[in-house]
Design a protein around this ligand. Structure first.
Ligand code: SAM
Length: 307
């Protein structure tokens, strides 16, 4: 383990545990208090640390808190996946400066991983329904000194956010409870409840500039559900599918929650679809040789189709 990161984690953890005992709060609530006191300068770690050390230490503390307070729909995006998303954003996005939206920002870990990866190039925006998570995201954003604007609201309601260059998001999966609002979407279900993840894709495309890219973590079965034909038709009309990647099951505790990555480009006059869609299987990320092969497959595809 990186020692600066470990020291920052120990600093956070010791303070959070003390507050938790003292004030009878959950670990995540205590973590929020710790990050607030740290930002206010009431407490300070003795160790100098990089933005990544700070992000990772906060992430470890969030993971500890989430174990205590299991919220299956609020799972933080695993670190290895965040780094892979960072690599993909860097590959596709040629802008020196860009805006990125995560409409399901959660603790901010995915967005901040990508922002740290492309440090200095991204202005971020995030939307989240959960008050505690978005406050943690806000404090984490300030502590790692990344420019992020956060909105506490249902991301499927109208957003007051200018169209962004790219969307990066680990989509919430399941049914969207607000049928009335769902009915305003092309991707509403013909019958019964609509899939939140489909509506998120539509909302994200709406908030992306023409020609912009969208990088989604999706449920593995996205294109196999009964509502998939409708999604296909919608995507064909509004976007060019760039890539569909299968993620290794080792990343997810429960294989029923297995996920993949979907990369889209919003249509724009003069922008063509890639000659072929990159269909790839991400190998076990702890195996450097397999990962090297995977990266060479992706960059080979990029040269053939995008340059
Ligand atoms: N990438 C995030 C991270 O690193 O912490 C985790 C994203 S998690 C898979 C999905 C998030 O979407 C959850 O935090 C959940 O509260 C949020 N969410 C679900 N429905 C939402 C909605 N309608 N509007 C905004 N956020 C929503």
């Amino acid at each position: 383990m990186n020692s600066a990161m470990e020291k920052i984690f120990n600093f956070i953890d010791a303070n959070a545990t003390a507050i938790q005992k003292d004030q009878d709060l959950s670990y995540l609530e205590s973590l929020l208090t710790v990050t607030e006191s740290w930002l206010d300068g009431h407490i300070q770690p003795t160790e100098q640390a990089s933005k990544e050390d700070i992000r990772k230490a906060i992430q470890l503390a969030v993971l500890k808190g989430m174990k205590e307070h299991v919220q299956p729909h609020h799972q933080m995006t695993p670190d290895a996946l965040g780094l892979l998303m960072g690599y993909l954003v860097e590959l596709f996005m040629k802008e020196k400066q860009m805006t990125i939206l995560d409409p399901a920002v959660g603790t901010g870990n995915l967005l901040l991983t990508v922002m740290n990866y492309l440090d200095g190039r991204i202005t971020g925006a995030g939307v989240e329904l959960d008050d505690l998570l978005i406050r943690l995201a806000s404090n984490a954003g300030n502590l790692v000194e990344q420019p992020v604007t956060l909105y506490l609201q249902d991301a499927l309601q109208p957003l007051l956010i200018d169209p962004v260059d790219a969307v990066v998001s680990d989509l919430p999966v399941g049914y969207y409870p607000d049928d009335e609002n769902a009915s305003t979407y092309d991707l509403k279900a013909d019958e019964g409840m609509s899939y939140a993840h489909h509506l998120f894709i539509e909302q994200s495309l709406k908030h992306t500039v023409d020609g912009g890219y969208l990088f989604f973590v999706i449920p593995k079965a996205l294109f196999e559900s009964p509502q998939a034909p409708q999604l296909h038709k919608f995507l064909k009309k509004h976007a060019h599918i760039q890539s569909v990647m299968e993620l290794p099951n080792t990343l997810f505790k429960n294989s029923a929650h297995a996920k993949g990555i979907l990369i889209l480009q919003k249509k724009k006059d003069g922008v063509k679809a890639p000659k072929e869609v990159l269909l790839a299987r991400v190998p076990n990320m702890s195996k450097p040789e397999s990962m090297a092969k995977f990266f060479s497959q992706v960059s080979g595809w990029f040269k053939e189709n995008k340059e």
